[in-house]
Design a protein around this ligand. Structure first.
Ligand SMILES: Cc1cc2nc3c(=O)[nH]c(=O)nc-3n(C[C@H](O)[C@H](O)[C@H](O)COP(=O)(O)OP(=O)(O)OC[C@H]3O[C@@H](n4cnc5c(N)ncnc54)[C@H](O)[C@@H]3O)c2cc1C
Length: 631
């Protein structure tokens, strides 16, 4: 009886999540539509700052700047739906056009052979909070050397690790395992971004101990990251997702200075004859609007849409813009170039002989629902049953004599439920006919996945426009695994994963076994040889959803994030990273938002306002006031 009730619950609740999201999104959108019939039109006002995109970075910027300035925040989506809050169903929320831009790459030449049409899926958040509403909530900052590198590239010491650390800490309320470490955590009076240790972390100890058996030390990956095994802490509060919306926007829904235009897609930045950004064209519930900014426009639309908006506004490679009939305002050859992303590949299938992994049909019980509901604990607090992680330096890095890992391993304690092939097909875009023979023999068995991630890729992709229609998705070419070194590093990742499974007592005690199952596409090479791993990786590596660097600092924007060649325009989000960080990218994007707000405030604190006489004011609104540097 209970068994059947559970199946009914799973079908209605978990299976029905996409439908629930559609219904709740429709409700949110309708409410906003009717609200806008009552409220004054935000575009009728003039703002100090306009921020485009309410994602991880944009939410932080809008929060900080609206304290003392009039800010308009333009966001393509609406309020996040309540289901986003449950970490355990994060995987089910992806691929829903109401909350996800659902981008994908063009067919890849050297990767994605086992994915449909050889395209990688690129979910991107479309709601207040942006991709922090879709992400898996891992809280990571990166390696100190990442930021040393940024400071060297930009020749600006404000990007050094010791100078970005305060901006990570600024937004933080830390309830994790390392609270005693005041240098890296401390207590911020501005904080509202909650981070905590995961209460449910399957195989955490076993994985960390397995690493120790192989000679690695236990680390806190957020405190001067180095090689080692350790915890994965998360942007969660009492088991509930704590993304940028809840950290930065929800607390100030009634702040007078902050206007939020939801369901509003920016289509172009207005740049006047003197090359100054003066406002933003956008559509709101399908209607065309224009909003004016007195001081600055800040683009925080993420690594896909920020370069897209620059290109649509005539800032980009001359030839590309001219080929699409877009008038060139500023020829900027690097817009959309230098695209970087983390690609990842899971060692599978690994089985265990104990019923300890997460199996939805078995473990999503009424008891667990109540546990989550009442206490915020249990299996629903953890997306994909993430247990622990490791940062590893490949032999290539070791030869250079630095401790700057280029591989990240994750332990995901999920077993092989009967729906796994469909789930991987839907989310990662795997071709079910390639995956089915590998995983089907394991259906119903407990197990886990070790995911190897390339955290310092050498390959560089690009984003271009397919046409000048702002509603067309851009052309994304990740150029994954085209650089030979990238494959070599992932091969080392696969071999280390096998070693952990086959040669350590800690995982051996679970009965862990890496299984050989049919994989005809790579049968022509010896199982577990380097050639096999290369074939395997080129079939199964997927995007870990961390695109960066398409409006790169030092080339498209300067080190204060001002767009080169245009006044009054900045870009501030993951797109400005000159080199992708050695970590998941949400906390770094928020740090960039915090720093951008500081740059903007510092700059305007040193300006004074000059307003011409009344007659000029009446004849030409555009020349109402201007600003001059204090001497
Ligand atoms: C599935 C998934 C899992 C991830 N897991 C993790 C993780 O566990 N840990 C981690 O650290 N990182 C993770 N990431 C990455 C991380 O969430 C992102 O790098 C980060 O959120 C990027 O922040 P951003 O501000 O650059 O862009 P976003 O947060 O994407 O914000 C961009 C915002 O701009 C809006 N927008 C875009 N175009 C327009 C337009 N024209 N007009 C108006 N608004 C527009 C979007 O709707 C969005 O709200 C994950 C990402 C995904 C998608």
């Amino acid at each position: 009886m209970w068994y059947y009730l559970r199946i009914v619950f799973l079908v209605i609740f978990i299976g029905g999540i996409p439908t629930w999201i559609r219904v709740l999104s429709f409700w949110n959108r309708s409410c906003d539509y009717f609200q806008t019939l009552i409220d004054p039109d935000p575009s009728s006002d003039v703002y100090d700052f306009i921020v485009v995109g309410a994602g991880s970075a944009g939410s932080a910027i809008a929060n900080r700047l609206s304290k003392n300035n009039k800010v308009l925040l333009i966001e393509g989506g609406g309020n996040p739906v309540a289901l986003h809050r449950i970490p355990g169903i994060a995987y089910e929320i992806l691929n829903n056009p109401d909350v996800d831009w659902m981008y994908e790459t063009i067919p890849q030449k050297a990767a994605a052979f086992g994915l449909k049409e050889k395209k990688m899926r690129w979910p991107r958040g479309k709601s207040l909070g942006g991709s922090s509403n879709l992400n898996y909530m891992f809280y990571l900052r990166g390696n100190p050397l990442d930021y040393e590198n940024w400071a060297n590239i930009t020749d600006d010491a404000t990007w050094k690790y010791e100078n970005v650390l305060p901006f990570f800490k600024k937004s933080l309320v830390y309830n994790g395992r390392f609270a005693d470490n005041k240098k890296h955590y401390g207590q911020s009076e501005y904080g509202n971004l909650y981070v905590e240790a995961r209460e449910y972390s399957p195989f955490r100890e076993e994985f960390i101990n397995a690493g120790k058996e192989l000679g690695y030390t236990e680390i806190d990956a957020n405190a001067d990251q180095r090689t080692g095994f350790g915890d994965v802490e998360a942007s969660i509060r009492n088991g509930s997702r704590w993304g940028a919306y809840r950290a930065f926007l929800e607390p100030l829904m009634y702040r007078e200075n902050l206007k939020i235009a939801k369901y509003s897609q920016a289509t172009k930045i207005k740049i006047d004859k003197t090359n100054r950004a003066t406002g933003v064209f956008y559509t709101h519930h399908g209607q065309r609007k224009f909003a004016r900014a007195n001081k600055e426009v800040i683009i925080s639309a993420g690594a896909v849409d920020s370069p897209k908006l620059l290109l649509l506004s005539g800032i980009g490679p001359r030839k590309h813009l001219e080929s699409l009939g877009i008038r060139v305002k500023v020829a900027s050859e690097h817009v959309g170039k230098n695209l970087q992303d983390h690609s990842a590949v899971a060692l599978m299938p690994i089985t265990i002989d104990k019923p300890l992994s997460l199996m939805p049909l078995r473990d999503f019980t009424l008891d667990q629902v109540l546990k989550y509901w009442m206490n915020g604990t249990g299996v629903f607090t953890n997306p994909s049953a993430a247990g622990a992680q490791a940062f590893i330096s490949s032999s290539i890095v070791k030869k250079k004599g630095v401790d700057w890992p280029d591989l990240q391993l994750y332990m995901f304690g999920a077993g092989f439920s009967e729906t796994i092939v469909d789930d991987f097909g839907r989310v990662q875009g795997y071709n079910e006919s390639v995956l089915q023979p590998i995983l089907a023999p394991m259906f119903g068995k407990d197990g886990f996945f070790i995911l190897a991630t390339l955290v310092r890729p050498h390959g560089r992709g690009e984003i271009t426009l397919q046409d000048k229609n702002p509603f067309s998705p851009p052309v994304i070419d990740g150029k994954y695994l085209e650089h030979p070194q990238d494959v070599k590093v992932l091969i080392e990742g696969m071999k280390l994963a096998v070693k952990l499974v086959e040669e350590t007592k800690s995982l051996g005690a679970l009965g862990a076994q890496y299984q050989k199952t049919p994989f005809p596409q790579c049968d022509h090479v010896k199982w577990k040889s380097d050639e096999f791993w290369e074939c395997y990786i080129r079939h199964f590596a997927f995007s870990l959803y961390h695109p960066t660097s398409t409006c790169t600092m030092g080339k498209v924007v300067d080190s204060r994030l001002r767009v080169n060649g245009v006044r009054g325009l900045r870009v501030a989000d993951a797109s400005i990273m000159p080199v992708i960080v050695n970590a998941n990218t949400n906390a770094p994007a928020i740090m960039i938002g915090e720093k951008a707000a500081d740059f903007v405030r510092d700059y305007w604190a040193s300006q004074y306002e000059i307003c011409p006489s009344e007659s000029i004011l009446m004849s030409d609104v555009e020349t109402k006031c201007y600003y001059s540097q204090l001497t």
